[in-house]
Design a protein around this ligand. Structure first.
Ligand code: FES
Length: 164
């Protein structure tokens, strides 16, 4: 993680204390986690005690102090989704990616999380991939969805290789 990138994010948001959360959100979005160095840089540049920056970073579930994957998969385990088969969908994702909730695949492509009721129970069971809702999920639909993401990443990586 380059600290010049962190500095740019701070410059964009300003150093007023009220900018702390927007800054942490921007860093999380850009780097998929909040590193120790990034938090120290934020504390120093904004003249805020490091403990206060950590307090904000650990208060919100959205923030992660360890690297997250490129793609975030959230499986709803609320009651309606649960009775419609969410546990089976979750099991399939775990089996396919070899990770448990709150873990990230070795290739840093996917992070898996569980959530409680996304407010769209009629579509259950639901998973959210990178903020996009996918309803009426089944084991075979999950397989196809993950494969399509992997394929897309493969194409992207090939394209990147050609550029270098
Ligand atoms: S229980 Fe899953 S959206 Fe409500």
């Amino acid at each position: 993680m380059e600290l010049s990138g962190i500095q740019k994010i701070i410059e964009k948001n300003g150093t007023h204390r009220s900018a702390l959360i927007p800054i942490l959100l921007d860093i999380q979005d850009e780097y998929h986690f909040l590193s120790r160095d990034a938090l120290a840089c934020v504390a120093q540049t904004m003249d805020i005690a490091l403990v206060d920056v950590y307090r904000a970073a650990t208060f919100y579930k959205y923030f992660s102090l360890v690297p997250k994957g490129e793609h975030l998969i959230q499986v709803c385990l609320g009651t309606a989704c649960h009775v419609r088969g969410a546990p089976g969908v979750l099991n399939e994702i775990q089996r396919k990616l070899h990770i448990k909730p709150r873990e990230t695949t070795e290739d840093k492509l996917f992070t898996l999380e569980t959530v409680n009721c996304l407010g769209a129970c009629a579509m259950g069971p639901i998973i959210v991939m990178d903020e996009e809702y996918h309803g009426q999920m089944t084991v075979s639909k999950v397989d196809k969805l993950i494969e399509s993401f992997k394929k897309h990443e493969g194409i992207t990586k090939d394209e990147q290789d050609k550029k270098h």
